[in-house]
Design a protein around this ligand. Sequence first.
Ligand code: AMP
Length: 180
Amino acid sequence: MILLGAPGVGKGTQAELLCRRHGWRHLATGDLLRAAVKAGTSLGSRAEAIMARGDLVDDTVILGLIEEEMERAGSEGVVLDGFPRTLAQAEGLDALLKKRGEVLNRVILLTASEEEVARRMKARGRPDDTAETVRHRLQVYEKSTEPLVRYYEPKGVLRRVDGLGTVDDIHARIESVVGV
Ligand code: AMP
């Protein structure tokens, strides 16, 4: 399953809840990259400045990371959070799933207004949540990630979920469209 939506819309929180409930594995590329930065790996040192600017890390790097993590997950269900973020990543994921004989069950698009996600990011206070970076990340989302809606919609897997309300309300809405 994929959780799609603007930065700050609540994908991480909702992915956690879904994984706790269903025993799925939460795979968040942002978390993996932040861990790599903290550990000082070569991936981390390559990604650090890009993340601080709010730009996207190279597709091939991200796809390599995902392939590794999917191997680690084995046959467990996986919730992808913050990936795919570009058309190339979505196509790479399709190829990877095909190779693994797996299918994409659902793409949940979490929606909220730009003002609301900007407010949530400011409240979160991550180093890449400064006003200027937030603005840039929202632009990157609109340009590179939002077009994925048109990629997944014809496949019949996309469901839109209103991302406004309490964490529990949103979780219940997602559960009702998960379809497993
Ligand atoms: P996130 O925690 O999902 O908001 O991601 C934080 C930052 O990590 C992003 O602003 C990007 O710089 C980088 N990042 C995370 N996931 C991806 C991805 N799938 N593709 C490219 N860059 C990513």
